[in-house]
Write a protein that binds this ligand. Structure first.
Ligand code: PPS
Length: 302
């Protein structure tokens, strides 16, 4: 399954991290242990930040943004895995270059991925008035996707059983903290900074429409044939089989896709195959307490 992209890393295995608190937000230890570098990161005015809670459609958005920047040229987007074309700001792992090192080598305009909640984003992004693209996914599908990902990704702590993980999600005991705080934080900031807030469910419903929104935000005018290429190349089926987007370039000791694929299902509503009736009732009640007062409304949640 793996592609020999970095053959020297083929046998790499890593230990799972612990979560550590940073300003009350649980983060993998590899983020907290390198925090000074992240905090002091120097953004440039034309940087575009893609900010998401994990498992919300980050990779999908990264690929669409890169396809827009490359004017729909799929070959250009196949030159490197998505995590090298659009590096992960707070990523640090032995043997791999830190995200920041990759970003600093990039030509502008740079596109950068982060899972940080808004209050932890390095302040230079706001000093430079950078644009941020936020993508959010409904909590229930996000939880399910996260559970399967944590089973296979050694980059994150053990998920425990389904019911343990379910509880941890509601308690906010997750890498990058509480989903509820994360999405509300970004939502509330959307009129204070140059933020475009998109939803996974909307991209799923009408990819073309959301691609056009995104292109407009990026100030790109796309020809009709380019739009069609981007719509096609960003489909789940194409990205699932593309080694530059499906994470099969990552060694099995880091992500074991025999346990669960990175491009797993790509659907809205898969939570219905996982939540028991009792869990769903508990979740809805808790959700209402967390989100009831917010103007942020997701589809397919209740
Ligand atoms: S990560 O690890 O946080 O960067 O993960 P992220 O990319 O945010 O989320 C992974 C989920 O997004 C799904 N995905 C897609 N869905 C539909 N269409 C396309 N093209 C697509 N690309 C990625 C991916 O399958 C994960 O969701 P699940 O529900 O687990 O399948």
């Amino acid at each position: 399954m793996e592609l020999d992209y970095h053959p020297e890393l083929r046998d790499l295995t890593i230990r799972r991290p612990q979560l550590k608190l940073l300003e009350d937000v649980p983060l993998p230890d590899w983020v907290v242990d390198n925090w000074e570098m992240v905090k002091n990161f120097q953004a440039k005015p034309d940087d575009l930040l893609i900010a998401t809670y994990p498992k919300s459609g980050t990779t999908w958005t990264q690929e669409i943004v890169d396809l827009i920047n490359q004017n729909g040229d799929g070959k250009m987007c196949k030159q490197a895995p998505v995590y090298e074309r659009i590096p992960f700001l707070e990523f640090f792992m032995d043997k791999y270059p830190p995200g920041i090192e990759l970003i600093e080598k990039m030509a502008s305009p740079r596109v950068i991925k982060t899972h940080l909640p808004i209050q932890l984003v390095p302040k230079s992004f706001w000093e430079q008035d950078c644009k941020t693209l936020v993508v959010a996914r409904n909590a229930k599908d996000c939880l399910v996707s996260h559970f399967h990902y944590q089973r296979m990704a050694q980059l994150l702590p053990e998920p425990g059983t389904w019911s343990e993980f379910f509880q941890k999600f509601m308690d906010g005991q997750m890498s990058w903290g509480s989903w509820y705080d994360h999405v509300k934080g970004w939502w509330e900031a959307k009129n204070k900074h140059r933020i475009l807030f998109l939803f996974y469910e909307d991209i799923k419903e009408n990819r073309r429409r959301e691609i056009l929104k995104l292109a407009e935000f990026m100030e790109k005018v796309l020809e009709e044939d380019v739009i069609e290429k981007i719509v096609h190349l960003s489909s789940f089926e194409v990205m699932k089989d593309n080694p530059m987007t499906n994470y099969t370039t990552v060694p099995i000791g880091v992500m074991d896709q025999n346990i669960s694929r990175f491009m797993r299902k790509g659907e809205v509503g898969d939570w219905k195959n996982h939540f028991t009736v009792a869990q769903n009732e508990d979740f809805d009640e808790h959700y209402e307490r967390q989100m009831g007062h917010s103007s942020l409304k997701f589809r397919n949640v209740l």
